[in-house]
Design a protein around this ligand. Structure first.
Ligand SMILES: [Ca+2]
Length: 411
């Protein structure tokens, strides 16, 4: 009898216990999933390269679903991740379509000269073997027909959507003229090995005899191949950026301070608050960039602010060695930008004995790309990448900074 009364009580107690435990489980489970999704994505940021693979997209989707339940904690991360996908997602998808098997001749009249050269260069840089061969031939033919164009030559093309070509500085090599450079700026942004193509026009037949092109040039982080097509020389490489996070996308959230790629303060009087990692588009959390200045130093008034990379060893001292320096910048107000290389000399007695070579020295209201090939300074043992704003009360923004070793096709 007693059992009959107890039985329903046990049953009810059991049901209540199960319900409570299920509710608890759900809460605990959701929190764990949120944490797991968050940890996965944070790990993704800290990898040496950003990889937009299925795993990353799954993590993002999961994070997207669960983070809405805890907006106070996750909202800023959510914005950042959505912005990252918006910024780089389209280019990620587009980069997959270039390995088609044929290169269709492109009409200059229809597409415009710049667009056609850019497309062929991209095929040379990233296409499969057959695509590459074909693109080199088409481009050589095109360049040949434009030989009389006095203002052609020395332009850089990139794969970032919306960017057009821009000039490059180079003053060496009598045997070849620099015609065009292609850089995968998107690869700089997401910290992947960067496809680069440099096109030269051969001005002397001695070049082949000097066997310059037969010497393979391989360093720890770069390998260059030379291909000849007609009177043009295609220098093709996949090179590692010596600035490990030139696009600043490894930064998880906006903040004051120093980025890992430029961890050294140049001026003793500058404040950490004068260097900030900010969104280019704050409303949508898109594209992290570095801001130098925009704040007066109350202790010293007007001051300079500058960051540099760690010293990078120059491994060989060949007369063929050079460095490709590239990036984008924008200034606001009275900013005074100086961007370039500091050569650290072997026999320098004091700091001022070292030599600066600036690629950027003028203001720019709009985002402006820059590039230069600087022959290695033969007395230097190492170099640093420098970014300076000589008026720290105004703003200098920089992004997609690149530094690559290049083997020139001349001594
Ligand atoms: Ca960026």
């Amino acid at each position: 009898m007693a059992f009959r009364i107890i039985q329903p009580i046990i049953l009810v107690a059991f049901c209540i216990a199960m319900t409570v435990s299920a509710l608890l489980d759900t809460v605990v489970f959701e929190a764990s999933v949120r944490n797991l999704a968050f940890v996965n994505l944070s790990k993704g940021f800290l990898q040496p390269t950003l990889t937009f693979d299925e795993h990353f997209h799954r993590s993002l989707e999961l994070f997207d679903r669960v983070s809405v339940y805890d907006p106070a904690r996750y909202e800023s991360y959510h914005l950042r991740l959505k912005g990252l996908i918006e910024t780089l997602g389209d280019d990620a998808r587009n980069s997959g379509d270039i390995n088609h098997l044929e290169v269709r001749p492109r009409s200059v009249a229809y597409n415009g000269w710049e667009s056609v050269v850019g497309h062929y260069l991209r095929d040379v840089a990233q296409g499969l073997e057959a695509v590459r061969e074909n693109a080199m031939q088409e481009l050589a033919g095109l360049l040949d027909s434009q030989e009389e164009m006095a203002d052609f030559g020395r332009y850089v093309y990139t794969d970032m959507s919306g960017s057009s070509s821009f000039p490059v500085t180079f003053n060496k090599c009598a045997e070849v003229d620099l015609m065009a450079i292609y850089i995968s700026e998107w690869s700089i942004a997401i910290r992947q090995p960067v496809p680069v193509v440099i096109v030269w026009r051969i001005t002397t037949e001695n070049l082949q005899e000097r066997a310059v092109l037969d010497e393979p040039f391989q360093q720890q982080d770069s390998r260059w191949e030379f291909h000849r097509s007609g009177k043009f020389l295609f220098q093709i490489g996949t090179v590692i950026n010596k600035l490990p996070d030139g696009g600043f996308e490894q930064i998880v959230l906006p903040r004051e301070g120093l980025p890992p790629s430029l961890p050294c303060q140049i001026y003793g009087s500058q404040l950490q608050q004068q260097t900030q990692l900010v969104y280019e588009f704050p409303e949508t959390g898109q594209n992290m960039v570095l801001l130098l200045g925009g704040r007066r130093n109350s202790r010293v008034g007007h001051s300079r602010v500058g960051l540099c990379s760690l010293p990078i060893d120059i491994p060989s001292h060949s007369t063929r060695e050079a460095y490709l320096v590239t990036g984008r910048y924008r200034t606001v107000g009275e900013a005074m930008p100086y961007i370039g290389i500091r050569w650290l000399l072997r026999d320098a007695q004091k700091w001022d004995d070292n030599i600066s070579a600036y690629v950027v020295q003028r203001i720019a209201d709009e985002w402006t790309s820059f590039a230069a090939i600087l022959p290695s300074h033969l007395a230097a043992k190492s170099l640093e990448y420098w970014v300076i704003n000589a008026d720290a009360s105004a703003q200098l923004y920089v992004d997609n900074l690149g530094l690559f070793s290049v083997s020139l096709p001349c001594h």
